[in-house]
Design a binder for this molecule. Structure first.
Ligand SMILES: C[S@@+](CC[C@H](N)C(=O)[O-])C[C@H]1O[C@@H](n2cnc3c(N)ncnc32)[C@H](O)[C@@H]1O
Length: 479
């Protein structure tokens, strides 16, 4: 194995500025192992600091909100159970499943219950949830369901009322409960397309309910804080010869914008607040009037930004809080967003990453939760998992991607993630966007050989230019 050749190859890696590859005998295995000393490139260091900032803020935020998060989690779990009963009650009210053991296809059920064709994906989600909860049985045909016991609207109604009465709620839980109750009461009309879900979320056109929900539920408090700190760090590390340009898409009620704007230096930032609806940009113009570095525009994720007045490479950071999933095709939306970023530009998103019964009887009726035409058609679920986001972003041309939180426990607790993704400096083709570790493994004569990557600030050199190997750290020092 020619170490000089490997060193030269490692130095070519876009994430590495300088490198030295050497070998040493492991005190553990007694075998010769490969040591890769690598000086991360400027952009790799910046990425490391952004992820570090986001992680530290998340840990701190979750600790601060521990009690509120637990209350919220319990509240949501209880509402999930009630939502399943609400679905069953609605079917009973629509006259479905009156005969036990009689399989019926989803198509004929939709016809019989006069379900609006636009709500077919949602209706199918309901069927799955009801079967998962043993209220219905799926089969024998692939698209068929039956019940073991007749669904009784009166009994189910009593169960829903009893469970709702047992909920002890206050603050933001109270606000969401009111929304939940008014949505639950309208399920038949919503499902038939005879009522719109928007006035439920914006009663009399008032955004207070939605804003309270997006700003004050403890998960949003934590994740908006993480997003804001990460963006502030990106501004700190960003260009100093001009303002850092930030685009927020689907900014809506401004719940996330408020947290972000309060952390940004006015003299170093230009912020573009956008939404598909002018209702929100008009509202934001008044609300954020004191922030003179903010512009307002309408931007639709489903259309080309160029046709909407947005030039390529005109932003250093794009913020997207709970909006990318509303795109008809996430892959197309990402392909449109990425070129808006400068090379090494950063996308910071928040996305719910679990599909819940509560969603299916509330916001699930909104257009953005059901008109997907991309890979989600296969699962028939509007929200991607963290792994789904990583794959989609990789395929969408982003080269460094992180989803936070990472541990399984925190993931379950929040059911929502902050997603960081960087446009690469040279937009390399997908095949080259692989992780450093696997890249290096491929350079070795034996790809399964054990090796260590040791990040160092510089490769120490003596006055004669030769590497001073004795000054390099050993991977076994700490052990
Ligand atoms: C769930 S809300 C996001 C909440 C928002 N971040 C906030 O703090 O209020 C989704 C937002 O995306 C916007 N939206 C929906 N479809 C969109 C599209 N095609 N392009 C851009 N924004 C869209 C909606 O108008 C709404 O404001």
């Amino acid at each position: 194995m020619d170490l000089n050749e490997i060193t030269a190859a490692v130095r070519q890696h876009p994430d590495i500025d300088d490198a030295l590859v050497t070998t040493a005998i492991s005190p553990h295995s007694g075998e010769e192992e490969l040591l890769v000393y690598a000086v991360p490139s400027g952009s790799a260091q910046r990425w490391g600091r952004l992820v570090e900032t986001a992680t530290a803020c998340l840990v701190e935020g979750m600790a601060e909100q521990r009690e509120a998060l637990r209350t919220w989690r319990d509240f949501w779990d209880a509402l999930d159970e009630i939502s399943v009963l609400v679905m069953a009650r609605t079917l009973a009210q629509l006259g479905a499943f009156r005969t036990p053991e009689q399989p019926v296809s989803v198509d004929s059920l939709m016809q019989r219950c006069a379900v609006a064709p636009d709500h077919e994906p949602l209706f199918r989600q309901w069927m799955h949830v009801l079967a998962d909860n043993k209220i219905l049985r799926s089969g024998p045909g692939p698209d068929e369901y039956a019940c073991s016991d007749t669904l009784s609207a009166t009994e189910l109604d009593e169960q829903v009322e009893k469970r709702m009465a047992a909920l002890v709620v206050d603050g933001v839980e109270r606000v969401f409960t009111d929304y939940f109750v008014s949505s639950a009461a309208q399920q038949v009309d919503l499902l038939r397309g005879e009522a719109s879900p928007l006035p439920l979320l914006f009663p009399d056109g008032d955004p207070t309910l939605a804003e309270t929900f997006y700003a004050r539920n403890p998960i949003s408090v934590v994740l908006n804080g993480v997003l804001a700190e990460t963006v502030a760090k990106a501004v700190e590390l960003g260009p100093t010869d001009r303002p850092v340009r930030i685009l927020e898409i689907g900014a809506g009620t401004g719940a996330t914008s408020t947290t972000v704007l309060s952390r940004l230096p006015a003299e170093r930032t230009r912020y573009c607040f956008t939404d598909v609806s002018q209702y929100f940009t008009d509202h934001a113009k008044q609300r954020f009037a004191e922030h003179t570095f903010v512009d307002y525009a309408v931007l639709d994720l489903n259309n080309h930004p160029g046709d909407q007045g947005f030039a390529p490479e005109s932003f250093d950071v794009i913020i997207a809080a709970n909006v990318i999933h509303t795109a008809r095709r996430i892959d197309h939306a990402l392909e449109r967003l990425r070129p808006l970023l400068t090379p090494s530009g950063l996308l910071v998103a928040i996305e719910r990453t679990a599909n819940t019964p509560v969603q299916m009887v509330t916001v699930g009726f909104l257009e953005g939760f059901s008109y997907y035409e991309d890979q989600r058609k296969e699962s028939n679920l509007p929200l991607l998992s963290p792994a789904g986001w990583v794959t989609t972003l990789q395929e969408g041309g982003f080269h460094r991607i992180a989803t936070l939180p990472q541990g399984a426990a925190a993931t379950t607790e929040l059911a929502e993630h902050v997603i960081l993704a960087e446009r690469s400096a040279d937009d390399p083709p997908v095949a080259r966007r692989v992780k450093l570790h696997s890249d290096l493994a491929m350079l070795l004569p034996d790809p399964n050989a054990s090796f260590h990557i040791l990040p160092v600030e510089q490769i120490p050199r003596r006055p004669d230019g030769l590497v001073d190997e004795r000054s390099l750290p050993s991977p076994w020092d700490e052990a």
